[in-house]
Design a protein around this ligand. Structure first.
Ligand code: PBG
Length: 346
């Protein structure tokens, strides 16, 4: 369609007669006319290599459904290997493990977290033996092991910082001995990244990387995850260590500390409600940024799709692309396997 300027029309938006095309200097829609042009104009990308699959494990047999996270299950060690093998074959390069620890193994100091014969080290060894090319990440925090359901040791009603950090170092060393590639402290204790780096280096694990949960917010979106692990705090909440959802500048403060202490990758969590924080960190760090699309974000999408209110494939891929557009390099998401399949099938 050719726009015919009226004789004597001045540049800019002319007022046409109603049968004439508007005389517009810019028509952004021209770049959206077809797939090829849209392909030229496309900015953000989403590929299998950006995805990390979180997996829940338990000491029992078989698979256990998690009602608030339909499609996710707690896996026995052999089911874990089966699941990871299938996911790896579909293009998933990395998994992160979260254990459900039996009630009778939980203590106030969470000592089970550094038991070399415990569930996580066993799982890491099983994965590494079967799938040496799969990157294995582990969670560093006490909540699955702690009888108080907190990420650290509770004394006088307060989560103790330094005492917890010392236990987290033992946990990270235990995971490193089992063969973990990346340890991911999600506890939000002060100084833990530097302490973990020193402990790992001191034991010769200089190649084990640290994915720091840098801006982890005290969020209501973790509810389904705490169901999955039976790890909800027994009293109070996590506001004395996780960040206030109102804060952005504080994320920069945490970033500066984690970088100085030797983090290899930094994380924002949750993802969807905190895209501005991802974008902010993107402007202030050269490190890769991870974003965690958490259990509550997963559950919301699943519930709406189950009711037929949203198209699951489209909305999942859009939610992940939005996280990438905000500036995340890698995304931890319970949709990783589905997304990998959809990305492969185009
Ligand atoms: C705990 C931990 C949590 C998640 C990852 N590690 C929950 C919490 O902080 O209470 C949440 C992940 C999710 O909701 O998917 N260290």
């Amino acid at each position: 369609m050719r726009v015919r300027p009226r004789p004597g029309a001045s540049p800019g938006v002319a007022v046409p007669r109603f049968e004439e095309p508007l005389l517009l200097p810019q028509r952004p829609r021209r770049n959206r006319r077809n797939d090829v042009l849209r392909g030229f104009a496309r900015e953000a990308t989403l590929a299998q290599r950006h995805l990390v699959l979180p997996l829940f494990i338990h000491a029992g047999l078989g698979r256990e459904a998690i009602p608030s996270m339909p499609g996710c299950e707690r896996l026995s060690l052999s089911e874990l290997v089966t699941e990871a093998t299938a996911a790896h074959a579909e293009g998933i390069g990395a998994v992160i493990l979260f254990p459900k620890i039996a009630e009778d193994l939980k203590t106030s100091d969470g000592a089970e977290c550094h038991n070399d014969a415990g569930l996580v080290p066993q799982a890491v060894r099983a994965l590494k033996a079967t799938l040496p090319g799969l990157l294995v990440m582990t969670d560093i925090a006490l909540d699955p092991y702690n009888s108080d359901g907190h990420d650290g040791v509770v004394r006088d009603g307060y989560v103790q910082n330094d005492e917890t950090v010392r236990i987290l170092c033992r946990q990270a060393l235990c995971h490193a001995r089992a063969g973990a590639d990346v340890v991911a402290p999600s506890d939000m204790m002060d100084g833990r990244v530097g302490a973990l780096r020193a402990a790992l280096d001191g034991a010769g694990f200089v190649e084990v990387a640290i994915l720091a949960y840098t801006a982890k917010y005290a969020s209501a979106y973790y509810g389904p995850f705490r169901d999955a692990l039976d790890s909800a705090p027994k009293f109070g909440d996590k506001k004395t260590y996780q960040m206030d959802p109102a804060n952005r500048r504080e994320a920069l403060r945490e970033l500066a500390l984690d970088e100085a202490e030797g983090a290899d990758l930094v994380m924002v969590k949750p993802a969807g409600p905190y895209l501005d924080v991802i974008a902010l960190l993107r402007q202030h760090t050269a490190l890769p940024i991870a974003a965690y699309q958490v259990s509550g974000e997963y559950a919301m999408i699943k519930a709406a799709c189950h009711n037929g209110w949203l198209d699951e494939r489209k909305v999942v891929l859009e939610s992940l692309l939005g996280i990438r557009r905000a500036g995340a390099d890698l995304i931890l998401t319970y949709f990783a396997r589905q997304a990998a399949r959809w990305l492969r099938d185009g």
